[in-house]
Structures are given as C-alpha cells and as structure tokens.
Design a protein around this ligand. Structure first.
Ligand SMILES: [Ca+2]
Ligand SMILES: [Ca+2]
Length: 221
C-alpha cells in the first residue's frame, strides 16, 4: 500500500471509529411520531431527542413530527407539551374579535426499528403534571382588557429530576383520552398512520391546561 493510500485508509478507519461506534453501542433505534396542538419536546431520560420544528408562536401550528433516536429499554419518554397561549392569562388573539381560550391535544406512537412494531403509544397510561393552567376564571375571555389578575393562573416550576427513570409520578394525573372531534384534529394528524392503540390525550381540562409534563416508561416488549 502506498503511503498516501495507507494514510487515507487510516483516516477512513478513524472517521468510522468516531461515527460508527456510538451506533454500534446503542441497543435500539426508534421512531417517534407526534402530533400536537400546538408544540412539544421529547427527552428520553435526561437526553434531549428533539422538538416540534414549528415554533409555538406560529399561528395554527398543527404539523406532525417524526423524530428518530437511539436508546435502550426501558424507554423513559418525557414530553413537554404546550398549548399556545399569548400570555399568562391563557388567552389567545387578545384584543381581536377572535379573543379566546385555546385548546390542546396530543397523540404519539413510537416504533422499534428492529421489529417495525409500535412499542409505545399515548393513552391513559401516560402520567402528566399541569405546570401552567389559565384562565382559572374563564369568563375573563369576554373582558376587553383581560389580565392575569382577572383571569387567574396556576404556574408551577418543573419538578427537579422529573425526567429521571426513578422519578415518582404517583401524584400525577393519568392522561384523559379524547375523541378526534373533542380535539378538532387537523392538518398533520392525517399524515400519520396511527396505531389503533394510540389515543388522543390531554389532561382533565382541554382548554385551561396549557403546559404539561408527561411521562411514560416502556419496558422491552
Ligand atoms: Ca391550541
Ligand atoms: Ca389553552
């Protein structure tokens, strides 16, 4: 082998060591498909996997999203889910004739690339904590100048370590399952072939519950 060829071969081997080993070390490859009104991010355990590519401030951001990631079972799926609100009143289109309390909606499924089987879905098995709830007084929607004081809001910090595998969600609510009509599914929702077990979920109040932390742990099938 000529020195220049050997050098190239060494460089290629070095590139593969850097790029190929992490793939080889991961036990599994997964695809998460998500539709949400309006925005989400996903961590698998503490590791950030991805987020809705359309900013929440985009009007009518009803796109579906597909994220691919490597992980080991058990999968600890940690979703931060947000319904759009213009400010802490929980309202949107403030000051316009369309001023309203917006509503949410979320569905997801995770497919194991090795088997092409859906291994995780949104359902009542998902545990959620509402960390932004507003308005508490829904009649403020008819106010010409709604304020946080008149609307009322409950805003919490994220619990420390909520993404950890051993975080205790026994105090969190089980997700509520909604119909497609309840949610008013649209746009990207219809781009995904949903597993029959994947359900549209939110917490108990589709309108006032604006920011949710939702957690689902999936053991090896
Ligand atoms: Ca919304
Ligand atoms: Ca809302």
């Amino acid at each position: 082998m000529k020195p220049s060829t050997r050098h190239l071969a060494q460089r290629l081997a070095g590139a593969c060591l850097a790029a190929c080993l992490p793939l080889a070390a991961a036990a599994g490859q997964f695809k998460a498909e998500v539709w949400v009104d309006n925005w989400f991010s996903l961590h698998v355990g503490e590791r950030f996997v991805g987020e809705d590519s359309v900013p929440i401030t985009t009007e009518r951001s009803f796109n579906a999203e597909t994220l691919r990631f490597d992980a080991d079972y058990p999968l600890v799926l940690n979703f931060t889910i947000k319904d759009f609100k213009q400010n802490d009143t929980g309202l949107e289109y403030i000051g316009s004739p369309r001023q309203q309390i917006g509503d949410g909606g979320f569905i997801m499924q995770v497919t194991d690339a090795a088997t092409q089987k859906v291994v995780a879905v949104s359902s009542s098995a998902v545990k959620c904590l509402v960390i932004h709830k507003a308005p508490l007084n829904p009649s403020c929607v008819s106010s010409s100048q709604p304020t946080v004081a008149s609307c009322g809001a409950t805003i919490l910090e994220e619990p420390a370590n909520w993404k950890a595998a051993d975080f205790d969600t026994s105090g969190w609510q089980s997700a509520t399952v909604y119909s497609a009509a309840d949610i008013g599914v649209k746009d990207g929702y219809h781009d995904i072939s949903w597993d029959p077990a994947a359900r549209l979920i939110w917490t108990t109040d589709l309108k006032a519950d604006n920011t949710l932390l939702c957690k689902l742990t999936v053991t090896a099938p």
